[in-house]
Design a protein around this ligand. Structure first.
Ligand code: NAD
Ligand code: ZN
Length: 360
């Protein structure tokens, strides 16, 4: 047996208002006055001076605002990298991503592609990155994906939605300031929060489970129950706890895998552009057969927060379109093996998968 030797985020600062210390954190990392820090910031903060005025810009540092309306694409990463190379005098001192999973993944991918030849799509997969990335920092403004702690950056390419999984992907520094997660709509809070809950269920119910993953998964699961079902948390407590649940959920899947909901939601994302959080919720709602207890609790959480999920999103798809989704989904072999065991192909046939998609 050969065990995986995983890198972890080496530095993290936690606390409300810790974002104010960004200058102290970054300044020692500045290579010289011509090597700027580039901030990739969710454009939801464009008019929010409360956040942007606290970004410590100096010399040639700049902010690039990016919409999170669509999930990150390999072509988008390539364009950003080209733009940064053309507009900076020297290779940047660092890339800082501020936003949800979309912006965090873009920051990771851009920092990798600034030091590696070719196009981002060439690196979708496992351990294909050759050179260390540029110093990169993740600052989540919504909690749940675990992208702040994971070893992957999930990108949609011309052929597949697949992460750049590598030892160079994790952030060098993460800033966990729960104050930044205020102002999210209830729906988005629920969808991204449920991504964390589903990570826990899929990890804890999976065949890859081990004591490492279990210890993180159980903690995140308990936090999710407290956040989404108890009534006695203040808003601040709830934001802080969800931030740590996201972290633990991400750590849990680092050493195991996700499962059926993620494999199916990748298919929806690829064909229909359904975003990760809501896509996972739409799928998970129909997975009693695989995760009976997890789905029961999910439905309680959904009812408690009056969340109405879209229905019938696959109702008008052609057979060809179903095939595209099924191929993308069944291509995620490790997820299926984790969920259903070594003989997963006998259980999750294309016909069975189609019948599940048809419910959604
Ligand atoms: P997101 O980043 O797309 O953001 C969701 C919405 O919330 C956006 O409209 C955004 O503008 C808004 N938003 C974010 N912070 C806000 C704030 N403080 N106030 C108001 N609005 C705010 O959503 P997400 O669910 O965090 O991330 C989804 C992405 O993460 C997907 O692309 C998915 O593939 C990826 N992901 C990556 C990993 C990983 O390990 N790398 C894991 C899971 C998901
Ligand atoms: Zn997820």
């Amino acid at each position: 047996m050969s065990y995986k030797n995983f890198p972890m985020v080496p530095r993290v600062i936690f606390g409300r208002g810790s974002f104010n210390q960004l200058n102290d954190i970054l300044e020692p990392k500045r290579l010289n006055s011509k090597a700027p820090f580039i901030y990739l910031v969710d454009d939801v903060f464009k008019s929010n001076t409360w956040l942007t005025s606290r970004i410590p810009l100096a010399y040639d540092d700049r902010i690039i605002f990016i919409s999170a309306a669509e999930e990150p694409k390999t072509s988008q990463v390539d364009e950003l990298v080209e733009d940064i190379i053309l507009t900076t005098k020297e290779r940047p001192s660092g890339i800082i991503g501020i936003g949800g999973g979309t912006l965090l993944d873009l920051a990771k991918a851009v920092s990798i592609m600034l030091t590696n030849e070719g196009e981002a799509k060439d690196y979708q997969g496992w351990d294909l990155v050759k050179n260390e990335a540029i110093y990169h920092v993740g600052i989540p403004t919504i909690s749940g994906t675990g992208a702040e702690v994971s070893r992957t950056t999930v990108l949609t390419g011309p052929e597949k939605k697949l992460g750049i999984n590598s030892d160079f992907t994790p952030f060098d520094q993460v800033v966990l300031d729960s104050e930044l997660t205020q102002g999210i709509t209830k729906e988005q809070w629920f969808y991204t929060g449920m991504d964390c809950y589903i990570h826990c269920i899929e990890s804890l119910e999976g065949s890859y489970l081990n004591a490492f993953s279990q210890s993180y998964g159980e903690k995140a699961y308990d936090l999710c129950k407290e956040i989404f079902l108890d009534n006695n948390l203040t808003e601040e407590e709830s934001q802080e706890k969800l931030m740590m649940a996201s972290w633990h959920g991400g750590m849990s899947i680092a050493y195991s895998q996700v499962g059926v909901a993620h494999a199916m939601s990748y298919g929806l994302a690829y064909l229909l552009g359904t975003k990760h959080g809501i896509g996972n919720c739409i799928v998970f709602d129909h997975l009693e057969e695989f995760y009976p207890e997890g789905v029961k609790l999910f439905k309680e959480m959904k009812a408690k927060h009056n969340i109405e999920l879209p229905q019938g999103i696959c109702a008008n798809l052609t057979d060809e379109e179903f095939d595209v989704m099924i191929n993308v989904s069944l291509g995620m072999a490790p997820l299926w093996e984790n969920a259903l065991g070594k003989n997963w192909k006998n259980i999750m046939t294309p016909e069975k998968l189609k019948s599940l998609y048809q419910k959604m």
